[in-house]
Design a protein around this ligand. Structure first.
Ligand SMILES: Nc1ncnc2c1ncn2[C@@H]1O[C@H](COP(=O)(O)OP(=O)(O)OP(=O)(O)O)[C@@H](O)[C@H]1O
Length: 774
C-alpha cells in the first residue's frame, strides 16, 4: 500500500521500515485535510466584560459553532453543540451563562458532567476566566459533588450561583432535599450538560430521569431553564439530547475550529505463529504490543505521542515495553516515556499536560482518563490500541493529535475482536458519518418506577407530570401497590417513603452486589445482582479502573463480592447454561422464511463454572462452580429461519447449532457499532429448535431487567447490523473462527460448537431475505 506523502505518512513509513509489504499490518490510510478557522463576531447581547475576559484568555475571535450555539442558548432554545475534540465547546455555554448571571444578579446555573474530574477541570476553567474581576465576584462558581466537604456544601448552597455537579449528586444532594434548593431552582437559568454522549444504557436512562426531575422542580418554582449540552461528534446528537431532557432541542454540528492535516491509519496485528487459543483457534499479536512498538518508533522520530490503551495495567505495560524498546536505542529517550491512568489527581494531570506541551515527555501511554477534560491538543501522533467502544470516543482520542494548523498521525490498532476487525476493514464505519446511536430508554419501567417515587416525594405528581414522563402504566402500578396515593391534586407518596437512597444511578437496575477489597475494606464498585454470578463469582478476575483483583467469595445473600488485589496472568470467563421464554411480541416483520421480532423475554441463566485464559489467548483450564439459576425479564431482538431455508443454502441440520451460534456471537460483537453499548451489556442465545417458535432461532437481548434499548436498536437497524456482521466475519482471514470473528470472550458454552462457514451462509441468507435498507 502506498502511504500518503504527508507528515503523518512519513511517521508511519518509518514505523513500518523493514516490514515486508505483503505482511504490512496497515489495512487503510487516509488524509483528512486541514481546515482554516471559521470566525463569527461576538454577539451583541454578550456582556462586554465577559468578552474581555475571553480575549485575555486567548479567545480573541470566536468560531462559528461557538456563537451559533451561544445564540440559541441565549434565546432560550435548548441546544447541543456536537463538534470535534478541543473545538472550544466550553465557550459556547460559558458566554451565555456568564452573560446572564451578570445581567440578573439572582440567576443561577447548573453544570452536570459524568465524572467529578471533568467537573473539576471545568470549574478551574471558569474560575480562571473570571478571576480578578470584581464584576464577577458574586457568581462564585463552586463544585457540589461527593467530594465536597459539608461546610463547603452549605456555603455553596447559600452563595454560589453556578454549581458544578454530576447526575449522582443531582439525584441525592439536590433532589433528595429540594426544599433547601428552592431559591436555586426558582432562579435556574441554565443547565449545562457536558459530554452528553456518555449518557447511554441504564446510566443514560437514570441520568435522563434525574435531569428531567430537576427541570420539573425548576418549572414548579417558576423558572424556565435552558439546556446547553456539549457532545463529541455522534450519530444523532439532537435525538439523544431530546430524549435526555424530554424536550425538543437544536443541534449545532458544523465545526468552525481550525485543524491541521491529519493522516489516519488502520492497523491489524498479524497472527502469532505457534500460539493457539480456545478450540485451537489462531491468536493475533495483542493490540497493546503493537501499539507499544509504534509508540517507541514515534518517540525515536521525536513525535509527541499519546497512546490510548483500554486498561490501567495495559497502559503500564505499553509504557514499559516502549521504554524497554527504546533503552537499547537511546536510554535518554526511554526516560521520556511515561504511563498515565485514572485516579491521578488534577495536579498530576496538569503536570503531565505541561510536560507533554514543553516536550519533556515525548510519549505517554494512558487509559481513557486523558480522553476527557484535558487541554492537550498539540500532539504529533495518537495511537489508539483497541477500538474504544464508540466512534465518539475514538474521535475524542484521535482529536488530541494535531497542533493547530500542523500535520499529525492517528493510528488505530485493532484488538482480537469482531468489531475491531470489522472497523479496520470498513474504514467508512469509523471515519464516515457515525451510524451508532446513543441508546438509552428512560421509559424502562424498572428505571422509571423508582424515579417516579422520588419525583412524588419531591413534589406531588400531577397528571401533566405523568404524561410528560410517559409514566401512566408505571404510576398506576405504584398506586396499586400502595406506594403512591391518588388524591384530587395528584399522586402523593405513601407515608414514610424515602426512595432516593435506593436508586443507584451507576448501578443499573435491581439489587446490587458490592465489590469490596478485603485488604483495605475499600468499596471498588457494584454490579447488578443479575450479573454478579457471571462476573464476580469466586475465582473471577475483576478489573477496576485498570487495576486487577481476584474474587475470593461471592455472598449473594449479603450482596457482597470479597476480593483481593492480585495480578494473575489469566483472565476468567463464566460458563453458563441459558434458556429463554418469549413472553410478548412487541413488533415483528416477516420476509419469506425469515421472521424478525422485538420481544419481551425471560432469560434463565445458571453459571456452572469458569474458564481461565492466559494473556496470550491460550486456555489454561475450566473450573466448576455450583450456583443457583436466575431469571432476567428483559427485551430482545430475535430472528427465526425455517430449516428448509437453511438447508437450501447448504447448511444441513447437523450444522444448525454451530452456524447459528457463530452468527449470534458475531452479531453480539457488532451490535455496539449501531447501538452505543458494550458487548458485556448484551447477551445472546441461539438454538436449532426453540420451544416458543418451533424454529431455528437467534436472540440478542439486553442484559438488564426491563431492557436498556440495545435489542430494540438492533431490531430497528436490523439490516445495517446484519450486513456489518456478515462483512466482519467474511473479512477475517482465519480459517474456521477466531476471537476476531465468531469466538466470544464471554461465551457461556466455551465457544463450542462454532461453524464459521455456516455462519456466513446464515447471515447471507438473513440479509437476502430481509432486503435492502432499514
Ligand atoms: N475561538 C477560539 N480561538 C482560540 N482558542 C480557542 C477558541 N475557543 C476555544 N479556544 C481554546 O481551545 C481550547 C479547547 O477548548 P475547550 O476545552 O472548550 O474544548 P472542548 O471542545 O470542550 O474540548 P473537549 O473536546 O476536550 O471537550 C482551550 O484552550 C480554549 O481556550
Amino acid at each position: 500500500m502506498t502511504l500518503p506523502d504527508t507528515y503523518g505518512g512519513g511517521l508511519l513509513r518509518r514505523s513500518l521500515a523493514g516490514v515486508d509489504e505483503s505482511l504490512s499490518p496497515v489495512t487503510y490510510t487516509t488524509v483528512i485535510s486541514s481546515q482554516t478557522a471559521q470566525f463569527a463576531p461576538w454577539p451583541e447581547w454578550a456582556d462586554p466584560a465577559v468578552v474581555e475576559a475571553f480575549r485575555e484568555r486567548g479567545v480573541s475571535r470566536p468560531w462559528t459553532h461557538q456563537m451559533t450555539a451561544a445564540d440559541h442558548a441565549h434565546a432560550g432554545r435548548h441546544v447541543v453543540v456536537a463538534t470535534g475534540t478541543a473545538s472550544g465547546k466550553s465557550v459556547a455555554y460559558q458566554l451565555p451563562v456568564l452573560t446572564d448571571l451578570v445581567a440578573d444578579p439572582r440567576a443561577t446555573a447548573l453544570y452536570i458532567s459524568p465524572t467529578k474530574a471533568l467537573g473539576a477541570d471545568q470549574i478551574r476553567s471558569v474560575s480562571a476566566l473570571i478571576a480578578g474581576r470584581p464584576e464577577f465576584a458574586h457568581i462564585a462558581p463552586c463544585s457540589y459533588d461527593g467530594d465536597t466537604e459539608p461546610d463547603v456544601r452549605q456555603w455553596a448552597r447559600e452563595h454560589s450561583r453556578w454549581l458544578f455537579t454530576n447526575p449522582d449528586m443531582l439525584h441525592l444532594g439536590f433532589l433528595g432535599s429540594p426544599g433547601r434548593w428552592r431559591h436555586f431552582f426558582r432562579h435556574l437559568r441554565y443547565v449545562v450538560v457536558d459530554e452528553c454522549h456518555h449518557y447511554r444504557g441504564v446510566f443514560g436512562a437514570h441520568t435522563a430521569l434525574v435531569v428531567q426531575r430537576a427541570l420539573r422542580m425548576a418549572r414548579l418554582y417558576g423558572a424556565q431553564p435552558t439546556v446547553v449540552a456539549a457532545s463529541a461528534t455522534a450519530g444523532d446528537p439532537r435525538g439523544a439530547l431530546s430524549r435526555l431532557i424530554g424536550d425538543d432541542c437544536v443541534a449545532v454540528t458544523t465545526d468552525g475550529s481550525p485543524h491541521g492535516e491529519r493522516t489516519v491509519a488502520l492497523w491489524e496485528p498479524g497472527f502469532t505463529p505457534g500460539v493457539t487459543g480456545e478450540n485451537g483457534a489462531p491468536v493475533r499479536r495483542s493490540a497493546g504490543a503493537d501499539a507499544a512498538r509504534i509508540l517507541a518508533d514515534l518517540v525515536v522520530e521525536g513525535a509527541r505521542t499519546l497512546c490510548f490503551v483500554r486498561s490501567r495495567r495495559g497502559a503500564e505495560i505499553a509504557a514499559l515495553s516502549a521504554r524497554h524498546l527504546l533503552a537499547s536505542a537511546d536510554p535518554e529517550l526511554a526516560d521520556r516515556v511515561a504511563a498515565y491512568r485514572a485516579g491521578y489527581l488534577a495536579d498530576d494531570r496538569r503536570a503531565l499536560e505541561a510536560a507533554l506541551s514543553d516536550g519533556t515527555l515525548l510519549g505517554v501511554a494512558t487509559t481513557n482518563a486523558l480522553e476527557l477534560g484535558v487541554d492537550i491538543a498539540g500532539l504529533d501522533a495518537v495511537v489508539v490500541a483497541g477500538y474504544p467502544g464508540t466512534v465518539a470516543s475514538f474521535w475524542q482520542q484521535a482529536g488530541r493529535a494535531g497542533r493547530r494548523g500542523e500535520g499529525s498521525l492517528v493510528v488505530m490498532v485493532a484488538r482480537d475482536d469482531p468489531l475491531d476487525t470489522y472497523l479496520v476493514h470498513h474504514p467508512e464505519a469509523l471515519l464516515g458519518r457515525p451510524v451508532e446511536a446513543g441508546v438509552f430508554d428512560p421509559a424502562n419501567p424498572y428505571v422509571l418506577g423508582p424515579h417516579m417515587l422520588c419525583a412524588a416525594t419531591e413534589a406531588p405528581l400531577t397528571e401533566d407530570d405523568v404524561a410528560r414522563f410517559g409514566a401512566d402504566a408505571v404510576v398506576a402500578d405504584l398506586t396499586g401497590r400502595g406506594l403512591l396515593r391518588r388524591r384530587a391534586a395528584g399522586w402523593y407518596p405513601a407515608a414514610g417513603l424515602e426512595p432516593h437512597a435506593d436508586v443507584d444511578i451507576r448501578g443499573g437496575i435491581g439489587g446490587q452486589v458490592m465489590i469490596v477489597d478485603t485488604t483495605t475494606s475499600q468499596l471498588l464498585g457494584t454490579v447488578d445482582t443479575g450479573r454478579a454470578m457471571s462476573t464476580v463469582h469466586a475465582g473471577a478476575v475483576h478489573l477496576h479502573q485498570g487495576r486487577t483483583f481476584v474474587v475470593d467469595e461471592l455472598d449473594l445473600e449479603e450482596g457482597l463480592a470479597l476480593c483481593h488485589p492480585e495480578e494473575p496472568d489469566w483472565t476468567t470467563s463464566a460458563r453458563e447454561t441459558t434458556s429463554t421464554d418469549v413472553t410478548a411480541v412487541l413488533e415483528s416483520f416477516d420476509a419469506g422464511a425469515l421472521r424478525v421480532a422485538f420481544v419481551e423475554v425471560d432469560v434463565t441463566h445458571q453459571v456452572v463454572g469458569y474458564m481461565r485464559t492466559l494473556v496470550s489467548g491460550e486456555v489454561l483450564d475450566v473450573v466448576e462452580l455450583d450456583m443457583p439459576p436466575q431469571t432476567l425479564h428483559t427485551r430482545s431482538v430475535m430472528y427465526t429461519l425455517t430449516p428448509e431455508s437453511l438447508e437450501g443454502v447448504g447448511v444441513e441440520a447437523a450444522r444448525f447449532p454451530g452456524a447459528l451460534h457463530a452468527a449470534e456471537h458475531a452479531a453480539i460483537g457488532l451490535l455496539p457499532l449501531i447501538a452505543t453499548c458494550d458487548r458485556w451489556d448484551i447477551g445472546g442465545l441461539s438454538t436449532n429448535l426453540h420451544p416458543d417458535t418451533g424454529l431455528p432461532t437467534v436472540f440478542v437481548y439486553d442484559g438488564y431487567p426491563g431492557g436498556a434499548g440495545f435489542g430494540e436498536r438492533g431490531f430497528r437497524a436490523f439490516r445495517t447490523w446484519i450486513r456489518a456482521t456478515l462483512d466482519a466475519v467474511t473479512a477475517c482471514r482465519c480459517e474456521s473462527g477466531c476471537p476476531s470473528c465468531v469466538q466470544s470472550p464471554k461465551c457461556g458454552n466455551g465457544n463450542d460448537p462454532l461453524d464459521k462457514a455456516g455462519a456466513i451462509s446464515v447471515l447471507r441468507l438473513v440479509l437476502d431475505l430481509a432486503g435492502p435498507g432499514d
